[in-house]
Design a protein around this ligand. Structure first.
Ligand code: COA
Length: 176
């Protein structure tokens, strides 16, 4: 599946096996994983498994997270985009689309989560014709909370995610 979305400063494209080094750099960083359950990866095989899972989602669900490339440098800055979640029960939802992002540290604080998140919402509503989109963050992840509100999501409530024993927040945006 080929994705190629252009925003002012980013290209959002399909994830590829050749993104292995960037994905390892991203997911082996303990600071990146601070609000993601504190489980950074240790091996390239784990990064490869993540990529293969996303490629499977493209095939089976027609959507999955995208790689974000900074246009000015050509560098991969992390991932962003939409995911169809079917693997767990989140706040009572067992099948729902969410918007999310995970960026490498040097690219934080530049508005890239907001910019890529807005493009993802636009894609969800105008291309996929979804009627609603959700998001979650861990309580305390102020950067992500602020980005979600700037993207246009509304904070709904806090909930406890039993599987990972995490206190999370639940957000929603409707296509009106
Ligand atoms: C969360 C994350 C994606 C935010 O990305 P980002 O590109 O830095 O976010 P933005 O620049 O779009 O910032 C959005 C808003 O949050 C604010 N913000 C950014 N970092 C912040 C921080 N550490 N604390 C408080 N506010 C912060 C910004 O100022 C901005 O609001 P403003 O324009 O009113 O000032 C990034 O920090 C990251 O990848 N973290 C690790 C992975 C992660 O936690 N992903 C989200 C899981 S739900």
């Amino acid at each position: 599946m080929i994705f190629n979305i252009e925003t002012e400063r980013l290209i959002l494209r399909d994830m590829r096996l050749s993104d292995l080094d960037a994905m390892f750099e991203l997911d082996s960083d303990s600071e990146v994983h601070r609000y993601l359950g504190n489980k950074p990866i240790k091996t390239g095989v784990e990064a490869q498994n993540t990529i293969e899972s996303v490629l499977n989602q493209y095939e089976e669900r027609g959507i999955g997270r995208w790689i974000a490339i900074e246009k000015s440098s050509g560098l991969c800055i992390g991932w962003s985009g939409i995911r169809l979640n079917t693997e767990y029960n989140m706040n009572g939802f067992t099948e729902y689309y969410d918007v999310g992002y995970r960026l490498m540290k040097p690219f934080w604080g530049k508005g890239y989560a907001t910019e890529s998140g807005k493009a993802a919402v636009d894609y969800a509503f105008n291309i996929m014709k979804l009627t609603e989109l959700y998001a979650t963050t861990e309580i305390g992840n102020q950067a992500s909370h602020n980005a979600l509100l700037k993207i246009g999501l509304n904070y709904v409530e806090d909930f406890y995610f039993e599987d990972e024993k995490l206190n999370l927040r639940w957000y929603k945006i409707e296509n009106k």
